[in-house]
Design a protein around this ligand. Structure first.
Ligand code: HEM
Length: 565
């Protein structure tokens, strides 16, 4: 609901026109009126609509919206930004340019025909909204309704007390110790991916295929689906071996970016899903078919798991077992939670892995620096000595963590999220009305000069590495000791918003990072690569999450056991 204070809407000015016509007719002598009744109605409607447009496009946002009094710079350009939103720029980029142009202390008020909102650009208001009183803000009902068929009534979608309850009951599955136990599974899936890619390459060469490029984003999606299958359901979907698994097909269909998908999203949010579904539109039919199929696959998996627990007892610690054992969820609620983990837990990480391969393809020197660090740490690759602590090794490698964090900073998979205040509240001590729209864009915050200094868009893994004293290296020489840091070298944690912060932050952050470390490390040790497509064809795109709009084609050269073959 928009903040109160706007007395005019399209239907109201239309009704008002009727009242005006009646008043004119009643108060004017018949012969004194130089117009027929039809002309009078049309003339009054035209005047009212011109007034309404002026009111909606300019007068209301600039002078009458409650945010017009908020002490922050105002920019009347949201409608222009939206109009260009689907141009040749990734989601968030046009607002980033606007942010760079507008001197501000962390908040810019965007005024325009598509609504007035508060754009947050810096740490202080972010902390206030996301951490100090997070439950005063919620996702829009229209967005939650759009997400519900994909994610169920799971953690991403629910609000308030229901969210607190769910978060508390799912948090144990994401404890540090539990993620550590998942490292060997993630590692073996990473090795499986490498082996399959090597087979794929030699198959292409054997068949004399001219095009031996690999589209890495699709493979990244498969390996992360396999990993989340094991972590969430305790079940290996074997998607890597069976690329035509129905989950792959359905998620690929659902998440493929494109103009039709964007239009569907836009109309669903502007009107309602029920209304949009009334039209015979292929994209809406496909959306409904794929989400129904995914839900029925999840429901079957939940039934199988319950039966297995009853039959065999259960000593597993996958998310589903944990939720079943808590006895807090009905079968339908279990399906909802798993829909969330399945969707939120695989495309996000696969997109991050894809962007890491892109950034390293563009800088071969960084690729080989990372490879050297990994070779030194994992001399027996792809094997480990028995009992070797894979989590301990990977989490402490400075360059690996630097590449991962810098990729996550520059390509936050969720580039934009929107909240609305659900009660009258404050931001940085200033009152705001119920229904105020707040835009939080990790794309902007992670790339904004005022948060990251000069050259914020430069890929520099060293930002995430501290020089920590010196150590004795080979031949008695002293070398600086390097340690990964979690801030990127800037003063505030809130300058990195990829996973948000506070109780609505990504619950899977630790999981995603563990997975990225394994997949990236194994990939760098198994292949050398360069871009297999024109760089100008690469752009991040998507409706809720981003991925490259034309795929990410790489030319891979297999390495033998981490060495050149
Ligand atoms: C690189 C990988 C990932 C990124 C960038 C990412 C990012 C995010 C972001 C920005 C949010 C907040 C969305 C919003 O409120 O609008 C979120 C929420 C969430 N993410 Fe992730 N995510 C990633 C991986 C994962 C994984 C691997 C899982 C599960 C295994 C996961 C599960 C969730 C869940 C359940 C929520 C909702 C949390 C809540 O509202 O309490 N995510 N994620």
């Amino acid at each position: 609901m928009p903040p109160s204070g706007n007395p005019f809407s399209f239907s109201r000015v239309t009704l008002l026109a009727l009242v005006e016509v009646l008043t004119v007719k009643k108060t004017t002598y018949r012969d004194a009126l130089p117009l027929s009744t039809t002309s009078l109605v049309l003339a009054i409607l035209a005047v009212n609509y011109v007034f309404f447009l002026t009111w909606k496009l300019y007068l209301y946002p600039v002078y009458f919206h409650p945010l017009s009094n908020f002490p922050a710079p105002k920019v009347v350009s949201l409608w222009r930004v939206l109009a260009r939103f689907r141009g040749k720029a990734p989601p968030g980029q046009l607002l980033l340019e606007l942010t760079e142009r507008t001197p501000n202390d962390g908040i810019i008020i965007l005024q325009g025909a598509f609504g007035t909102s508060m754009l947050i650009t810096k740490p202080a208001p972010l902390a206030d909204i996301l951490v100090h009183h997070p439950y005063d803000f919620a996702k829009y009902d229209t967005i939650r309704n759009f997400l519900r068929p994909v994610l169920g009534d799971g953690l991403v979608v629910v609000e308030g007390e229901q969210h607190k309850f769910l978060r508390k009951n799912t948090q144990p599955a994401f404890k540090f110790g539990h993620i550590k136990e998942l490292y060997p599974t993630m590692w073996s899936k990473a090795i499986e991916l490498n082996n399959i890619l090597k087979e794929e390459l030699s198959g292409l060469e054997r068949r004399g295929n001219d095009d031996t490029r690999i589209e890495i984003n699709a493979w990244a999606g498969k390996v992360t689906l396999d990993i989340i299958g094991i972590a969430a359901f305790g079940r290996d979907f074997h998607v890597l071996e069976r690329p035509h698994h129905p989950l792959v097909k359905n998620y690929a269909d659902l998440l493929e970016p494109g103009p039709a998908k964007f239009a569907y999203f836009f109309f669903t949010l502007t009107f309602s899903k029920k209304f949009v579904d009334l039209f015979p539109w292929e994209v809406s039919r496909r959306f409904n078919r794929t989400t129904t199929e995914i839900r029925s696959i999840c429901a079957q998996l939940v039934r199988d798991k319950k039966a297995a627990i009853e039959r065999l007892g259960d000593d597993q610690f996958d998310i589903l077992s944990l939720l079943i054992k808590s006895n807090n969820f009905s079968e339908a609620e279990l399906v909802d939670q798993l829909l969330t983990f399945l969707a939120a837990g695989h495309e996000t990480t696969s997109s991050a892995l894809t962007w890491a391969t892109y950034l390293l393809a563009k800088d071969r020197e960084m690729q080989s620096t990372l490879r050297s660090e990994l070779r030194a740490a994992l001399p027996d690759f792809p094997n480990f000595a028995p009992g070797q602590d894979i989590a301990g090794i990977l989490e402490h490698l400075p360059y690996l963590n630097g590449v991962m964090n810098e990729t996550l900073r520059l390509y936050p998979t969720v580039p934009m999220t929107v909240r609305t205040s659900i009660c009258d509240t404050t931001v940085l001590g200033h009152p705001i009305k119920k229904g105020t729209e707040i835009m939080i864009s990790p794309w902007i915050i992670n790339r904004y000069t005022r948060n990251w200094g000069d050259n914020p868009t430069e890929f520099r893994p060293e930002r995430w590495i501290d020089q920590d004293g010196t150590h004795m290296a080979e031949a008695g020489t002293k070398r600086p000791t390097q340690k990964p840091n979690n801030t990127g070298g800037v003063m505030s944690n809130y300058a990195q918003m990829t996973f948000l912060h506070g109780p609505r932050s990504c619950i899977g952050q630790g999981f995603a990072k563990a997975e990225l470390r394994c997949l990236l490390a194994a990939f760098v040790l198994a292949f050398e690569w360069e871009l297999g497509m024109d760089e100008k064809d690469i752009m991040s795109d998507g409706v809720i999450t981003i991925k490259p709009n034309n795929g990410m084609y790489l030319k891979l050269r297999p390495l033998d056991g981490g060495r050149k073959s």
